[in-house]
Write a protein that binds this ligand. Structure first.
Ligand code: FEO
Length: 395
């Protein structure tokens, strides 16, 4: 087992997970995910984070290989979510002398999850940890996306160890550095990861970006996905935009439909958007699309159009569940349109309009309500709704 040196005496000791179907038991992982860990070898040795306990054996072999007989002096815990902290207890058993570096919130969780209360070194904002030529300094990054999260900056190499920030889904297939990997695939999975996991915390992400802006950062080592170097500015730029809820010209149309009548309305809105020149149109039938991908598109595109039939005097259940996920993330600054249908008593359109108001989104055009099948006047109304959204997008 070998560990690759990714910078001067900084080794990659992370692992790839191609077994889990769902991240957090919620979000699909068609391309797997990596749990990244890094070891700095100097006068002192310091490991940054561990990995999911399912991969502890491979991980500990990699750490041992990189240490090459040296003791492990420090374990820096930037984030306590178990996909990164899961191997701490086993690591401690193997290296009982290791001092665990974290903040007061880290240590509360360390005791709660693993019963570890001794051999700790508490750090606060701006504290430093000299290792020899390398030196770590610590920046607190609360709510990116847990309260104990902190970043560690290594001055000699200009490396920021950034916990989940700038992370992506997807395993590291052969390469570790960004330039060794397929960037379009990685960037798409970065958006999906952000939308699923970090999305609610735009303001804390902005604060963390601001805090790091004064540092000379040449490499970013997150806990998931590639090490950012050549494409570092792209990764930071994407996080900056997403955390300000900025998005591209385009529309996400999500809808429920039992027998295809509401779906016809979605088709009419999409045709109208396309006819007006909008090229990014993401259509999601909520009976088929996983929320993970719908959220990704909502973070990508500036307009959101939602349709639903009335179901037991409420919304179509899968649409209702999707609205909850959008609201949880407090997605801001979207252009909004809605449409819906009913057979004998309508509720969907009223509920969808209320959703747009709660989100404080910019409603474009008139909501369209259809009774039973599609009439030519309903078709026209859907076309007008699509055209109004396109105009707002193009303003
Ligand atoms: Fe990758 Fe928030 O843990």
């Amino acid at each position: 087992m070998k560990s690759r040196e990714i910078a001067n005496k900084i080794y990659y000791t992370g692992v790839n997970d191609r077994r889990k179907d769902l991240f957090e038991n919620l979000w699909p992982l068609p391309g797997g995910v990596s749990y990244n860990s890094y070891l700095i070898v100097d006068d002192k040795t310091a490991l940054i984070d561990t990995v999911d306990v399912c991969y502890a054996d491979v991980f500990l072999q990699k750490v041992g290989a990189a240490l090459d007989g040296r003791p492990l002096d420090y374990l820096v815990v930037n984030h306590m979510e178990p996909d990164h902290s899961g191997s701490i207890r086993l690591l401690r058993q193997l290296y009982p002398q290791v001092r665990i570096v974290g903040n007061s919130k880290t240590f509360g969780m360390l005791e709660g999850f693993y019963g570890i209360t001794d051999g700790l070194l508490e750090v606060k904002e701006g504290h430093t940890l000299p290792l020899g030529r390398h030196e770590l300094s610590f920046l607190m990054a609360p709510m990116v996306h847990w309260p104990e999260v902190m970043f560690a900056y290594e001055k000699l190499s200009g490396t920021l160890f950034s916990a989940d920030a700038f992370g992506t889904y997807g395993t590291l297939d052969g390469g570790i550095l960004d330039e060794e990997l397929n960037m379009p695939v990685i960037m798409e999975e970065m958006i999906r990861y952000y939308a699923n996991i970090v999305g609610k915390y735009g303001s804390p992400v902005q604060k963390a970006i601001e805090k790091t802006s004064a540092l000379d950062i040449r490499t970013i080592c997150p806990t998931h996905g590639p090490v950012w170097s050549k494409h570092l500015a792209e990764a930071v730029g994407a996080y900056d935009r997403m955390s300000r809820y900025e998005a591209d010209c385009g529309a996400t149309i999500l809808y429920g439909s039992m027998y295809g009548y509401t779906e016809q309305m979605a088709e009419a809105v999409a045709e109208s958007l396309a006819a007006a020149g909008i090229r990014n149109i993401a259509m999601h039938s909520m009976s088929k699309s996983h929320a993970s991908y719908v959220l990704k598109d909502i973070f990508k595109y500036r307009a959101v159009v939602i349709g639903s039939p009335t179901y037991s005097n409420r919304l179509f259940p899968e649409v209702e569940s999707m609205l909850h996920k959008i609201e949880t993330r407090d997605v801001k600054h979207r252009i909004y349109g809605c449409f819906g249908s009913y057979t004998w008593a309508g509720a969907a359109v009223k509920l969808l309009a209320a959703f747009g108001e709660r989100m404080k989104w910019d409603t474009a055009g008139n909501a369209v309500e259809q009774k039973q099948g599609m009439s030519s006047s309903t078709y026209e109304a859907c076309t007008e709704l699509g055209a109004a959204i396109a105009r707002r997008l193009q303003q």
